[in-house]
Design a protein around this ligand. Structure first.
Ligand code: GLP
Length: 246
């Protein structure tokens, strides 16, 4: 265990560039890694930069396996709000990741059984190799809503009011946001060999500070990153407290 390495960059564009370099380096070191990628807006520049690096022959994702981080429940398979669709448009298609290299979260059937099987599948792959994560305004990772303990497995969750409101901007209004989801648990995420946490913009500054400098508590799930191995926290200036800027 080591303290997270905080890297502060100028703006969202630099966040994308620095993040893509980080991912490309890690994948070069472990080309067959299981990689977890978030949806949301924060990683979009990083994904665009990765596609550029790929086109330049500086990033080869052909051997990675992409494992889905979180997904809504209670919507149709072709619903426009599917987080899998977001991942396809922003990550899988631009990087030309083959379908057989993607592991999807379960959204039907006996979810307790299917989520346990998902965790076993991750374990069978040697665990998560690289986890790229965003952070919710309430400190969630994926959809590990507060309170989430460090040992929480992959499971079905109810979304908090804070997450419903935060996600409304993607889909129109809070009424458009599904109320339940599945998420990779805290346990498999925290056991990842390398973790990159991304945060951008002034709206994330308070929660990033609590997560990195506050007590390690279930009410701020991202605070458990303080005790995980090999964590890089990549923030832009707006998302990091003034006095701590380097
Ligand atoms: C969403 C997703 C997370 C994502 C987070 C931050 O609720 N479940 O996986 O990381 O919120 O999103 P954004 O980057 O748009 O702020």
């Amino acid at each position: 265990m080591g303290r997270p390495n905080v890297v502060v960059v100028e703006d969202p564009r630099e966040l994308g560039r620095a993040g893509a370099e980080w991912v490309a380096r890690r994948v070069a070191g472990t080309p067959e890694a299981s990689v977890v990628v978030p949806t949301g807006e924060t990683p979009l520049n990083l994904y665009r930069e990765l596609a550029t690096l790929r086109d330049q022959g500086r990033f080869d994702p052909s051997m990675i396996t992409v494992c889905q981080l979180d997904e809504y429940l209670g919507i149709g398979l072709d619903d426009r709000r599917r987080l899998f669709g977001w991942m396809q448009r922003t990550f899988l298609e631009p990087l030309r990741i083959a379908d057989e290299r993607v592991v999807r979260l379960p959204v039907s059937g006996d979810l307790d059984v299917a989520c346990a099987a998902y965790d076993r599948e991750l374990e069978g792959r040697g665990g998560v190799g690289i986890a790229i994560l965003g952070i919710g305004a309430n400190g969630h990772l994926g959809f590990n809503e507060p309170p989430s303990d460090r040992s929480a497995p992959t499971r079905r969750v109810q979304l908090s009011r804070s997450s419903v409101e935060a996600n409304a901007r993607y889909w129109g209004s809070p009424d458009d946001v599904p109320r339940s989801a599945v998420t990779i648990g805290m346990a498999p995420l925290l056991a990842a060999r390398s973790i990159l946490l991304l945060a951008s913009g002034a709206g994330k500054q308070t929660i990033v500070t609590r997560a990195m400098q506050g007590p390690i508590v279930p009410d701020v799930p991202a605070s458990y990153l303080q005790e995980a191995d090999d964590v890089t926290v990549l923030v832009d200036r707006a998302a990091w407290p003034e006095g701590d800027r380097t």
